[in-house]
Design a protein around this ligand. Structure first.
Ligand code: G3P
Ligand code: MG
Length: 248
């Protein structure tokens, strides 16, 4: 068995906020993640019919709200009438946040911001530009990493000289993904836990890339990826991850 990297202190990024304890991708989930000691927040963005950037994972509303249909078919006003508590007790009335609301919440918090562009199923026209405009409006460039499963979108951003770190999301093991990421102009790999290999972490670091792994929810997996030297683990349970990593 190949030895793992030494010397990397793995960070904790909260997946959709502290989504194990609060409704995913809502302001209370992000506040809780910060309280629980997360170093970063991961969240998903989509566009409304009237071109507002909103923080929600699915392209459709059914799973996480009391609404129906496509996010893209609703105006922001429509979406703000919905309850996004998704059955979590004590969170009734919580709404889908806009990216602007989330940035306002975290403006003075010391956390990294992983904006996942949800543009691989619906190629939202102009979403990247709107997200970047908000990042600049809030002066958050130094804290943001953009990621996407749509690698054409990432390539477009790299070619345009976006000047922010880009993370290549993937679910299944790839052949020499570090070479692919370098060629794409990205600065990080974002593999699923199942697609994460020791060799990938080693080669990525040799090539100046970060490796940020999702979704790591079990204590023993947290130990294992930290031992492997991943830069961040993305988890629904930042409090657990904090205690596991701080005890190492
Ligand atoms: O960004 C990591 C992870 O969130 C990617 O998958 O479906 O949870 O957005 P998903
Ligand atoms: Mg995500």
């Amino acid at each position: 068995r190949r030895a793992c990297h030494d010397g990397v202190v793995t960070k904790v990024w909260a997946h959709r906020g502290a989504s194990g304890s609060a409704p995913e991708n809502t302001l209370p989930a992000f506040e809780l993640a910060i309280e629980q000691g997360a170093d970063g927040l991961e969240f998903d963005v989509q566009l409304t019919r009237d071109d507002f950037v909103v923080v929600i994972h699915d392209e459709t509303l059914e799973r996480t709200t009391n609404g129906n249909g496509w996010v893209a078919d609703h105006s922001l006003d429509d979406l703000k009438r919905l309850d996004a508590s998704a059955g979590h007790d004590g969170f009734a009335g919580v709404t889908i946040p806009t990216l602007e609301e989330l940035f306002t919440l975290v403006a003075s918090a010391d956390v990294r911001l992983n904006v996942e562009l949800k543009n691989s199923r619906i190629p939202y026209q102009g979403m990247e530009e709107r997200v970047i405009a908000l990042i600049d409006q809030f002066g958050l460039r130094e804290r943001v990493i953009l990621s996407s499963f749509d690698h054409n979108s990432l390539r477009g951003l790299a070619e345009a000289g976006v000047g922010m770190p880009l993370g290549v999301l993937y679910s299944e093991p790839l052949w020499r993904p570090w070479n692919y990421a370098v060629k794409l102009g990205a600065s990080a790999l974002h593999p699923s836990l199942a697609a994460t290999r020791h060799k990938t972490v080693e080669r990525s670091h040799e090539n100046g890339l970060e490796v940020n792994v999702w979704t790591v929810n079990e204590a023993e997996d947290m130990e294992r990826v930290a031992e492997c030297g991943v830069d961040a683990l993305i988890t629904n349970h930042p409090e657990l991850a904090r205690s596991v990593l701080d005890a190492r």
